[in-house]
Ligand binder design. Structure first.
Ligand code: ZN
Length: 269
């Protein structure tokens, strides 16, 4: 068998490892940023809902107050007309209109009272939340118990955290971008070579990688596959030592002699 084929794929693994190492410098920042952004969206949504509800209450309050003012001025004019009433019929008709307006006022006042009570309830719940926070009893706090100011502060903190993490990530990306793009080119070239000369090995390699096995190629270590520690049959050792490979029966990894890794690395020098 042609042992140089295996060298080609070891070289590919070597390059893939290098790029992975560079990406690991990002220290999980992309995932952290995504999680922070989810939190920001959730908090913003909560704040938004509260603001909209407060606006709605304010609008209603204004409209009820206007109704009351209107009714009062009507009552005033009806009362003035009553003093000028020419007969009981006219007087009684005005009394009925006054009565109607008074009912309207009473109804609007009930609605205003409802709004006030609702707002007091909100305040009470938030005070309860503040108390629970002081006592570190976070798991007992419901969404509506979170005080407005703490929610706003939370959003501010989250935004500054995500900004900081983004800056950190950007600087890492900038620092490594040259190396990453040159490695990507090398990998593409290497894959083309492997594709041409060792297609079956490449598909085996890709298959392992897709299965989330990063080290598709491993060293023979103490006569075993160093990926899973299963013993490699003695009759295969010679082939490995000669620069061939063995497909581990247990994990499916490609087992080679460690010399091959050194050779792949030496190509960089
Ligand atoms: Zn194995």
């Amino acid at each position: 068998m042609d042992h140089t084929k295996i060298n080609l794929i070891v070289r590919l693994q070597y390059l893939d490892n290098k790029i992975e190492k560079l990406e690991s410098l990002q220290k999980g920042l992309p995932e952290e940023i995504a999680a922070l952004e989810d939190d920001i969206a959730f908090t913003s949504r909560q704040i938004d809902i509260r603001e909209k509800a407060a606006e709605e209450r304010e609008k209603n309050r204004q409209s009820y107050n206007e109704t009351i003012d209107n009714c009062r001025s009507k009552i005033k004019s009806f009362k003035e007309k009553q003093t000028l009433a020419r007969n009981n019929k006219e007087y009684d008709a005005l009394s009925k209109q006054i009565e109607y307006e008074e009912k309207e006022i009473a109804q609007a006042e009930i609605r205003l009272q409802d709004i006030r009570q609702h707002e007091e309830k909100i305040k009470e719940l938030q005070e309860q939340g503040r108390q629970l926070i002081e006592e570190n009893r976070y798991d007992e706090i419901s969404e509506e118990m979170m005080p407005d100011d703490i929610l706003a502060q939370q959003l501010k903190d989250l935004k500054s955290q995500v900004e900081q993490k983004n800056e950190e990530l950007q600087s890492i990306i900038v620092e490594t971008s040259g190396e990453v793009s040159s490695l990507k080119k090398q990998i593409e070239k290497q894959r083309n070579v492997v594709e041409k000369d060792a297609k079956r090995l490449l598909s085996k390699y890709d298959h392992l990688k897709r299965g989330n096995i990063r080290n598709a190629l491993v060293k023979l270590h103490r006569q075993a596959c160093s990926g899973c520690n299963t013993r490699v049959p003695t009759n295969r050792h010679t082939i490995i030592v000669q620069g061939g490979f063995y497909l581990c029966e247990s994990c499916g990894r490609i087992v080679v002699h460690e010399r091959l890794f050194e050779e792949a690395k030496a190509e960089d020098a």
